[in-house]
Design a protein around this ligand. Structure first.
Ligand code: PLP
Length: 377
């Protein structure tokens, strides 16, 4: 098996240069390696509270029908989302995670010879989705570290990269892994000035956490801008990362194009039922957001106290500057049973992305950081 098979050089040009997505290390993998049972995972921006009881009972009901194909049109969930946004259901596209929707957008609009724009340090799925199509990725420089929004999107730099080849601009608000976010006026101005034939995709995966002062809910602008696409997910505040369900809201014409390229049954029936129940469980989301705010504050303060640089964040994670090769911190924390996320693949070799957890998990992370820091720096 040592030699590269002959067909390898015939893979699609975009695919040949791709680096696969690097997921956070699974808890049970680390527990197996260390022979322990209580590893703490703060590496994938999941909701640490677990699914709500309403979701669990919806899943129990739905699982009785898994011999049937799911509703490929996602009727009930689309209806519920349409009501929520006060838009027709034709504006909603469901995906196997919002990752799926991002890939569908790339498949529907990008070909070799076209281009897409995103920021340096932006969510890595944009790069994967764009490159797989063979389109050109135009990566705008991010704000410098000393900027008021350090490492965040520089919208002027992004706008300057748009030309007649450009089909999509990807904006993460807030962005992962930087935690940076864009204010209402700046983002609104960008959407207004973007050419109407270029899609502006605003990824609001962390909207529930970020909502508040000077944070735009771009779904409110959809009726004004036919080229605006907003993506959301049930993976974060709604606590359904393992089920894989997210969606886009857009002009019906965009949704119609995405509907042509999506797999007929891209969202499974259990996920649809769970998402419907999760959407109705406003208390769970509210409590999750409140718990996150408390733990985010503790996490940031504790890391600063330990001498790390912490970037401002409106999400459920922080980006910490270790001031050294972050791989050393990562490896050391792993040995203590704590999983965080190194982000060298985002061009940030000195940084770690650390998700909020339950109070005890944040305690564990912070006490471990205090215990090992002398051995690293
Ligand atoms: C986690 C995340 C998503 C959501 O991914 P899913 O496929 O919906 O689980 C989308 N965008 C960003 C920026 C994220 O961090």
């Amino acid at each position: 098996m040592g030699r590269r098979a002959a067909f390898m050089q015939r893979a699609a040009a975009g695919v040949a240069g791709l680096q696969p997505y690097q997921p956070g290390k699974p808890v049970d993998e680390l527990e197996r390696e260390l022979g322990i049972a209580n590893a703490v995972k703060l590496a994938s921006n999941e909701n640490p509270r677990g699914p709500s009881s309403r979701v669990l009972s919806a899943i129990a009901d739905a699982q009785r029908e898994i011999n049937r194909y799911p509703d490929g049109a996602g009727f009930h969930l689309k209806q519920a989302l349409a009501e929520r946004f006060d838009l027709p259901p034709e504006c909603v596209t469901l995906g196997n995670g919002s990752n799926d929707v991002l890939v569908l957008l790339a498949e529907a609009f990008l070909t070799p010879g076209t281009s897409a724009v995103y920021s340096r340090h932006a969510f890595v799925v944009y790069a994967l989705a764009v490159q797989a199509t063979g389109a050109q990725a135009r990566v705008a420089p991010a704000n410098p570290p000393e900027h008021a929004r350090p490492l965040g999107h520089d919208l002027a730099a992004m706008g300057a990269l748009i030309d007649t080849s450009t089909r999509i601009v990807f904006i993460a608000n807030p962005n992962n892994p930087t935690g940076s976010w864009l204010g209402s006026d700046a983002l609104r101005e960008f959407v207004e000035s973007a050419p109407p034939e270029v899609l502006v995709v605003v990824d609001e995966a962390y909207l529930e956490y970020a909502a508040g002062e000077d944070y735009p809910d771009c779904s409110e602008w959809l009726s004004e801008f036919p080229n605006l696409v907003v993506t959301r997910t049930f993976s974060k505040a709604y606590g359904l990362a393992g089920l894989r369900i997210g969606y886009a809201i857009s002009h019906p014409d965009v949704a119609e194009l995405l509907n042509r390229v999506r797999q007929p049954f891209n969202v499974n029936s259990v996920a649809q039922a769970a998402a419907l129940a999760a959407l109705e469980d406003a208390d769970y989301v509210r409590e999750s957001v409140r718990a996150n705010a408390t733990q985010l504050h503790r996490l940031a303060a504790g890391l600063k106290e330990a001498g790390l640089g912490v970037l401002p964040s409106r999400a459920n994670f922080v980006l910490a500057d270790t001031g050294t090769d972050a791989e050393r911190w990562y490896a050391r924390l792993l040995r203590e049973g704590v999983i965080v996320r190194p982000v060298a693949n985002y061009g940030l070799p000195n940084h770690l992305r650390i998700s909020t957890g339950l109070p005890g998990e944040v305690d564990e992370l912070l006490s471990t950081v205090q215990r090992v820091r002398g051995q690293i720096a």
